[in-house]
Write a protein that binds this ligand. Structure first.
Ligand SMILES: NC(=O)c1ccc[n+]([C@@H]2O[C@H](COP(=O)([O-])OP(=O)(O)OC[C@H]3O[C@@H](n4cnc5c(N)ncnc54)[C@H](OP(=O)(O)O)[C@@H]3O)[C@@H](O)[C@H]2O)c1
Length: 481
């Protein structure tokens, strides 16, 4: 107990070097080990046989120098139930505080706690082979990750209004039709969305490497003072709970579901960096952050050599354009930020299903409280104007493109070069199948059709002023040539 405490005090960083005197392993009290295990602080043991003048001296703390010898390896590791305890040639130079974590040789070790809950990935467990079936893939922003143009999310539906076998049917039909990316959040149905998604993925026998699973941190399912927001505490503890609910070792992308004005940006960026270094997530991203906040996060990450956000999960649809089309425009250009778009159908409004009132069993009907303001606005000038636009878009879609307004709305968002993936929402498997027909509509959106759509929408954000200089395209060229 004494020994471990002394070392932890001396290295109040993510990585702690545990040096234990040869004669002391019996002094390592089991409660001290448990404390270290819970604290998730990796403990690195360096046998003294590997110490040489080329290695940094280790084991010094306020109480003096602790010695290490190889023979302590066995008894110590026997005491540690943790998969991430590294014994052997652990060389950790405690150089600059800024860069020590980023350049740690231990950054790729497996996550500490969840290996026993890992979704099995052996050949026998895989029941459905993934077949992209013509689904186009795009790079997720500045990352190397390829995401399908259409993915599927669980907000209000999976684990909410849809539970049990229907969740399985929806995810199965999506997967069988080229959707291998699934989005959820700790907030969705107070964690039930993640639970349902994790269960179904396991039951269907999907190969983990074929899947892209994304979740979001901000609104934890409980109401304690640290159960929400982006403190380091909540980012780390919330993510661990997400993984438990999903029954996964890692998610592919972890989103900061909103910006937290109360937490210093450096704390947020360092916490997401830590999450990635631990292997809990491969990438991190933001959702509905202002361009200013996103840029600050990127600059802090750059300054300290930390992982930066690769994408933004933003609302983008024919009726909601200002932020994704104007505010973020410089970010696409400067940082290659990608977008995972939500509510491309404006919660169903753009399908035309609300043109003549609120159908029974629809989203607005089942979630009356949540959509109180939207329902109110549909009876007023602003909402009625939206319905009028949907009616005109419906006529254009049917007559000119031979598709439904839903296909048109989805294809329109997917066509944007800044869209990485459009996250579909579906309360029934048929909606997934129907919505995927939008892929065929994308090439039909010629400049003439796009112009006609602009004429109906009348809400194109003004471009940034160039003060008389001719605008250039994203590559800095005159768009005509
Ligand atoms: N980051 C964020 O803050 C945030 C916020 C919201 C959503 N999201 C993510 O984005 C995902 C998609 O968002 P969303 O669900 O709002 O998308 P959406 O496409 O705008 O709405 C989906 C809903 O529209 C209806 N619908 C879908 N296809 C239809 C069709 N072909 N015909 C008639 N109705 C149809 C269904 O509702 P009913 O059948 O029930 O009427 C469905 O649940 C979410 O699941 C979530 O993963 C993220």
């Amino acid at each position: 107990m004494t020994v471990i405490r002394a070392v932890m005090l001396s290295r109040p960083r993510d990585y702690i070097i545990s040096s234990v005197a040869a004669t002391l392993p019996h002094l390592i009290h089991s409660s001290a080990i448990a404390a270290c295990t819970q604290s998730q602080v990796p403990i690195i043991y360096q046998p003294s046989s590997l110490r040489s003048s080329s290695l940094s001296p280790i084991g010094s703390d306020r109480r003096g120098t602790l010695r290490t010898i190889a023979s302590t390896a066995a008894p110590i590791s026997k005491h540690f139930p943790r998969p991430d305890v590294v014994t052997g040639a652990a060389v950790y130079k405690h150089t600059s505080r800024r860069h020590s974590v980023a350049h740690s040789p231990f950054s790729l070790r497996p996550p500490p706690q969840y290996s026993t809950m890992a979704m099995k990935n052996t050949a026998e467990d895989v029941k459905i082979e993934f077949n992209a079936k013509g689904m186009p893939f795009r790079q997720l922003g500045s990352s190397g990750l390829r995401v399908p143009v259409f993915s599927l999310g669980g907000w209000l539906t999976l684990g909410g209004t849809v539970v049990g076998d229907p969740v399985k049917e929806i995810i199965k039909i999506a997967y069988e039709n080229g959707i291998n990316m699934f989005d959820t959040a700790e907030a969705y149905a107070k964690g039930k969305s993640e639970i349902e998604m994790g269960r179904v993925i396991k039951e269907l026998g999907l190969r983990r490497t074929d899947l892209i699973i994304t979740t979001k941190i901000f609104w934890g399912p409980r109401d304690g003072p640290n159960d929400k927001g982006l403190s380091r505490k909540h980012i780390i503890e919330g993510t661990r709970e997400c993984l438990q609910r999903l029954q996964l070792d890692y998610v592919d992308v972890l989103f900061a579901h909103r910006y937290d004005v109360t937490v210093p940006m450096e704390e947020v960026v360092r916490a997401f960096h830590w999450i990635i270094e631990q292997g809990y997530a491969y990438y991190w991203a933001t959702s509905e952050w202002s361009a200013r906040d996103l840029e600050e996060a990127i600059q802090i990450a750059d300054k300290y050599g930390l992982h930066k956000p690769v994408a933004e999960q933003c609302q983008h649809n024919m009726l909601h354009r200002e932020r994704p089309e104007k505010e973020y425009a410089p970010l696409y250009k400067k940082y290659r930020i990608g977008t995972t778009v939500w509510s491309a159908l404006a919660s169903g409004l753009l399908t035309g299903k609300y043109n003549n009132g609120v159908p029974e069993g629809s989203r607005f009907d089942l979630n009356k409280d949540f959509f109180k303001n939207t329902l109110q606005s549909l009876t007023e000038e602003e909402g009625l104007a939206k319905i009028e636009k949907v009616k005109k878009l419906t006529a254009l879609a049917e007559k000119k493109l031979g598709c439904s307004p839903a296909h048109l709305a989805l294809a329109w968002v997917a066509k944007s070069p800044n869209t990485s993936t459009v996250i579909l929402g579906a309360s029934k498997p048929e909606q997934v199948i129907d919505n995927l027909k939008a892929i065929e509509v994308i090439p039909k959106l010629t400049p003439e059709v796009m112009e006609e759509i602009e004429g109906i929408l009348g809400n194109k954000p003004d471009p940034y002023l160039t003060y008389g200089r001719p605008p250039l395209d994203a590559f800095g060229r005159d768009p005509i040539y």
